[in-house]
Design a protein around this ligand. Structure first.
Ligand code: GDP
Length: 304
């Protein structure tokens, strides 16, 4: 991911090397190249436009620095603007002061939610937490089984009663809201400090899915709603992210499939268009292919 964007940006910066001072034409040309590189990488049009405008304004008004030549100055500005569109600071999970911290996952089918649930659970366990996974995706026939497999790999228990079975808390009738609520009750009773609730995804955004996600949210009142998005889906990412942002008002984004060879611009646009931070990245099918997302490190990788 980002390889071709990285190459394009470094070629642009190379053209500035050796210049003693940047003319307005130099800045214009450079900014145009940066904007094109972003658009070619699938960055959303308004995000690329605002990015270019910010770089131009700062490059023209750049304070003359003893330490940096003009090319370095532009790299520094681009780096800072990349960090900014990626959300600025690293945003950490919010934990509940009392009772289990509830984390709900939302996103389209195939986005990587169930896979992410296992990774997040394993990471939390390695940080000293005692997570419980809850299978509230009753839409896809084998989603519950898949979460059990994921839980086993992560070494984390899974709450997944079969529909129609009497649970300790409330009768489960194939209703994901009831499963989610029972899962949180189970966590409280068994003293898990974090509950990760996997929810159903559909192939496209639809109102029934959104309503179900809202009903689950309102029943379990999560501290965090993580929207999982497949970084490979290109320009569609922005519309999907906007729909989920309006639909469930998520608190953070997880980029999945960052190991893919897509152009990556979708990933660069999502934080900026939704105003919500990217918190984690999923980088493979293995339970350990998981990272806390740091905007500054990601910008550094793109400009490496
Ligand atoms: P869900 O429908 O949102 O729960 O999505 P899944 O977790 O079932 O993932 C859908 C497919 O994407 C599965 O085949 C996963 O193995 C795969 N997958 C999930 N996350 C990643 C990732 O970060 N990288 C790669 N390469 N594949 C992934």
């Amino acid at each position: 991911m980002f390889n071709s964007l990285s190459d394009r940006l470094s070629a642009t910066f190379k053209n500035l090397r050796g210049k003693g001072r940047l003319s307005e034409a130099d800045v214009d040309g450079t900014v145009r190249e940066i904007r094109r590189a972003l658009l070619d990488a699938d960055v959303a049009v308004p995000v690329a436009r605002d990015f270019a405008a910010a770089v131009k304004e700062r490059a023209l008004g750049a304070e003359v620095s003893e330490a940096l030549n003009p090319a370095q100055q532009v790299v520094k500005i681009v780096n800072e603007e990349l960090v900014s569109i990626l959300g600025g600071q690293t945003r950490r999970l919010q934990f509940a002061k009392v009772g289990p911290t509830v984390i709900m996952l939302a996103g389209l089918q195939g986005a990587g939610k169930t896979t992410l649930a296992g990774k997040l659970a394993k990471w939390l366990a390695s940080e000293g937490h005692t997570p419980l996974l809850v299978a509230a995706d009753l839409q896809r026939p084998n989603a519950v089984t898949q979460l059990k497999v994921v839980g086993e790999r992560a070494g984390v228990p899974v709450y997944a009663p079969h529909p129609g079975v009497q649970s300790d808390f409330e009768e489960v009738t194939g209703n994901p809201v009831v499963v989610a609520r029972n899962g949180v009750s189970e966590a409280r009773q068994k003293q898990h400090d974090v509950v990760i609730v996997d929810t159903a995804g559909r192939l496209g955004v639809d109102e029934a899915l959104m309503q179900q996600a809202r009903d689950i949210r309102d029943a379990i009142r999560p501290q965090e709603i993580l929207f999982v998005i497949d970084a490979m889906i290109g320009q569609d990412a922005v519309n999907t992210a906007n729909a989920f942002n309006e639909g469930v008002d998520f608190t953070g984004v997880v980029l999945s499939k960052l190991d893919g060879d897509a152009r990556g611009g979708a990933a660069l646009s999502v934080a900026s268009v939704t105003g919500k931070p990217i918190m984690f990245a999923s980088t493979g099918e293995n339970v350990n292919d998981f990272e806390v997302f740091h905007p500054d490190r990601m910008a550094g990788r793109i400009l490496d």
